[in-house]
Design a protein around this ligand. Structure first.
Ligand code: GAR
Length: 192
């Protein structure tokens, strides 16, 4: 399955997907990495792995739809069949979500439907939660609320800061995303 990964930053989830795809039994091949941020660390991870990269800064575009149309074009030009958002920090247009419905995944660092949006770990700590985790879900027009493919929990520990909690969640993200991709490509998880 020809797969693209959309990033905006560090790219540690991208790195875990690349590592997983080195296994010949992994059913997805990462053929393109798209970033809206020119300085995203994940771009170098992709280049080091010999994966094509494309930088599409969002600022020059007059609307969300125009930006998304450019991403859509890049994905189609590379004959992409599956899209994985991994720390891609732009909200898509409803049009884009519809174009890729059932073929686009996102990872979010909370136990959705709890704590969508940003500053997730701060919110989890402020709410006094005793557990948090990571979710991979199908992307839909509604932010962080599409059908869930897989979730993994971590404990919230006394003395946790947003940083310590983020690191604990990130470690399970790195296991969860490749597993979720496998489930989707092998037809174990579907969006209905
Ligand atoms: C990850 O924790 C991911 O779940 C989160 O951004 C981080 C990206 O890290 N995504 C979101 O918050 C999206 N709503 P990475 O660049 O090292 O993969």
């Amino acid at each position: 399955m020809r797969t693209a990964v959309l990033i905006s930053g560090r790219g540690s989830n991208l790195k875990s997907l690349i590592a997983a795809s080195a296994d010949p039994t992994f059913p997805a091949e990462i053929v393109l990495v798209v970033s809206n941020v020119e300085t995203a660390g994940g771009l170098q991870i992709a280049r080091d792995a010999g994966i094509a990269t494309k930088i599409i800064p969002h600022k020059p575009f007059p609307s969300r739809e125009a930006f998304d149309a450019e991403i859509d074009r890049a994905l189609r030009d590379a004959s992409v069949q599956l899209v994985c958002e991994a720390g891609f920090m732009r909200i898509h247009s409803a049009w884009f979500a519809k174009q890729w419905e059932g073929r686009i995944l996102n990872i979010h660092p909370s136990l959705l439907p709890k704590f969508p949006g940003v500053r997730v770990h701060e919110q989890v700590l402020a709410a006094g939660e005793t557990e948090s985790g990571a979710t991979v879900h199908f992307l839909t027009a509604e932010l962080d609320s599409g059908p869930i493919v897989a979730q993994r929990k971590v404990p919230v520990l006394p003395g946790d800061t947003p940083e310590t909690l983020a690191a604990r969640v990130l470690a399970v993200e790195h296991e969860l995303y490749p597993e979720a991709v496998r489930m989707v490509v092998e037809g174990i998880a579907a969006p209905s």
